[in-house]
Design a protein around this ligand. Structure first.
Ligand SMILES: *[C@@H]1O[C@H](CO)[C@@H](O)[C@H](O)[C@H]1NC(C)=O
Ligand SMILES: *[C@@H]1O[C@H](CO)[C@@H](O)[C@H](O)[C@H]1NC(C)=O
Ligand SMILES: *[C@@H]1O[C@H](CO)[C@@H](O)[C@H](O)[C@H]1NC(C)=O
Ligand SMILES: *[C@@H]1O[C@H](CO)[C@@H](O)[C@H](O)[C@H]1NC(C)=O
Ligand SMILES: [Cu+2]
Length: 333
């Protein structure tokens, strides 16, 4: 009884927790973000959102860069081939870690129309995909790469910029799609938690070098626009499709990215164009626990599963090494 009560309290706090990108690191620099809906305390490269709750609905305008995303004051100087680390945290001050572990992580770029993205309105941006991560290849439990950042402090989601990326100002959009309730049809007024949860986050970068890699026009998409509520990677039972390659939503990774040398960008074997059935048969013997999901209860009766880059001289740079919890959360004033 007491245990049950505790679990309910814990899950209730997860419901309101959700999360956001608290900071981004690249080349030994850390760029602090701002807490959603609080007065900005640092000039950041990360576009501040007003609400850490998930964006619901594939055609919601907030799929673009998050709810009420604001222009950010700075841009990070990076180079082609750099790896950027995105630190997702819970919005609940008592829970530092990212609270979800089910669903893909994706990364997109869009060229800004100004010199440093600080005035670029992304609502009409044309995005191309540079990375997508689904389940950890070969993982016995079918765990997702997202599970690596779940429940762990200071473990980042990493995005490697294409090694042939042409220079210029870009928005980089890192996105987690939490699928723990994605088997239920969205929208459902009787079940507000039904459907995929979108967590997009946009940061401003200026890519240096003199490479020439760029997407072709037909690889550019709008967001929202590239996703639908009914496609197989969005309306999916993520616990019942372990053997099936995950059908990533959105466009395929831009061809010039795949031909870039260096580490593979896609860590899952599934081509984006392959649509797997959401009804794929499976053994239901090993259901993962619902650790870390935001759901509190299911509305239906089924009991299932429940290199070195130049720096802007005036960019906030935090010390490296183990990072204090408050700094990680973005509470350092
Ligand atoms: C971008 O343009 C849209 C549509 O006009 C507007 O709603 C939004 O507030 C603008 N965003 C920013 C950050 O100015
Ligand atoms: C899968 O994730 C769960 C929850 O984080 C963890 O306990 C388990 O060890 C993972 N399994 C594998 C094979 O990595
Ligand atoms: C990101 O890179 C760091 C450093 O190499 C690594 O510890 C971490 O596990 C990576 N994150 C993921 C999700 O693989
Ligand atoms: C290309 O850019 C790199 C890095 O900025 C620089 O070291 C190199 O000299 C440049 N090459 C040419 C041909 O401009
Ligand atoms: Cu959540």
């Amino acid at each position: 009884m007491t245990d049950t009560f505790f679990v309910l309290i814990l899950l209730a706090s997860y419901v309101s927790a959700h999360g956001f990108v608290s900071r981004v690191s690249v080349n030994g620099q850390t760029f602090q973000g701002n807490i959603p809906n609080e007065d900005p305390t640092v000039k950041s490269i990360i576009r501040q959102i007003s609400d850490p709750s998930p964006v619901k609905g594939a055609t919601n305008p907030a799929v673009n860069c998050g709810t009420n995303a604001q222009l950010a004051a700075k841009a990070a100087n990076v180079q082609p081939g750099d790896t950027m680390a995105f630190f997702w945290v819970s919005a609940d001050p008592t829970i530092l870690f990212w609270p979800h572990n089910t669903g893909p992580m994706l990364a997109y770029l869009a060229k800004c129309d100004d010199s440093d993205c600080t005035t670029f309105n992304s609502s009409a941006a044309k995005w191309f995909k540079i990375q997508e991560e689904g389940r950890i290849p070969g993982n016995a439990d079918g765990n997702w790469t997202q599970n690596i950042i779940f429940g762990a402090k200071n473990v980042a989601a990493n995005v490697t910029l294409p090694s042939t990326l042409a220079p210029g100002p870009y928005l980089i959009r890192h996105e987690i799609i939490a699928l723990q309730n994605a088997q239920d049809v969205f929208p459902d007024p009787s079940n507000p938690i039904a459907g995929a949860e979108f967590y997009p986050s946009c940061s401003q970068i200026i890519v240096g070098g003199n490479e020439t890699g760029a997407p072709s026009k037909n690889e550019l998409v709008s967001l929202p626009g590239a996703y639908s509520n009914t496609e197989p990677g969005i309306h999916i039972d993520p616990f019942d499709n372990k053997e099936v390659p995950y059908p990533f939503p959105g466009p395929p990774i831009a061809a010039f990215v795949a031909s870039s040398s260096g580490t593979p960008q896609a860590k899952s074997s599934s081509p984006s164009s392959t649509a797997a059935s959401t009804k794929a048969p499976t053994s239901s013997a090993t259901k993962p626990t619902s650790t870390g999901s935001c759901r509190k209860k299911r509305s239906n009766s089924t009991q299932r599963r429940s290199r070195t880059s130049r720096m802007n001289t005036n960019v906030e740079v935090l010390p490296q090494g183990p990072i204090d919890a408050d700094v990680a959360r973005g509470y350092m004033k």
